[in-house]
Design a protein around this ligand. Sequence first.
Ligand code: G1P
Length: 297
Amino acid sequence: MKRKVTKAIFPVAGMGTRFLPATKSVPKEIMTLVDRPLIQYAIDEARAAGIEDFIFVTSRGKSALEDYFDHAPDLEASLQASGKMALLDILNDTNMDSGAIAYMRQHKPLGLGHAVSCARKLIGDEPFAVILPDDVIAAEKPCLQQMVEAYQETGGAMVAAMEVAPERTSSYGVLDVAAGEGPVLSVKDMVEKPAPGTAPSNLAVIGRYILTPEVMRNLDEVERGAGGEIQLTDAIAQELQQGRDVFGYRFDGQRFDCGSKAGFLQATVAFALARDDLRDEFSAYLTEMQSLKQAAQ
Ligand code: G1P
């Protein structure tokens, strides 16, 4: 049995400029898919995977995130008084145990690798997960849970992987893998945001990671990489140079890139259609839109 993964880092320091003006005052992670903030999906996925300690790497202007995970005594009392128990349950589901959640500030936007390394003291000498809340993954068994189960067999470092269109590889960390069957892939090399035409494959890293304390140590030493930033991909690639195993995990599920407007809208539609209370009305609307579009053509 490998060591249990009980800590997860959520890098949430990004400014979310792609969603301005909304993100002028609302952290991107609080933006909602239907009625739940992006961060809630990430937390639920972490909980399902057995995570007990939640570490947020934040920056200026993210205090709404801290409030979101706090109790809301006035609201709770008012729902209680008016007997709105179902709403109270929804609210209670978002509460985190005191002591289960920690916030670290990333003082300068030096990249994902730097954000992760800001949590090094809280991680100590344990394996840990990283979840990028922009990558929302709809799956029967939550993606991180799939990975934690696979990790119990493999150990090492593990990154979620998915095939993307060849012209999109320059937006991702990209894996070079040994030939293999099944979801677990043995990684030979990985490169962050390869220049168009130079990617070793079209297998992209998606924002779920199980990492070793050695990766944390590598982060202290890696030089700035793609975009002049300290890249998590580079610190994981160093594991390979140091002779340790890195695995790609081809997860079951549908991933939405909620860091882009189109991806966010697609996720909104998919999550609305998955909801019993919205499906009929919403799909009727979509059908109507589609027929109006066809009629106009
Ligand atoms: C980050 C990682 C990249 C990964 C991607 C997944 O990039 O650096 O390796 O493929 O997340 O979403 P970003 O999207 O922050 O530029």
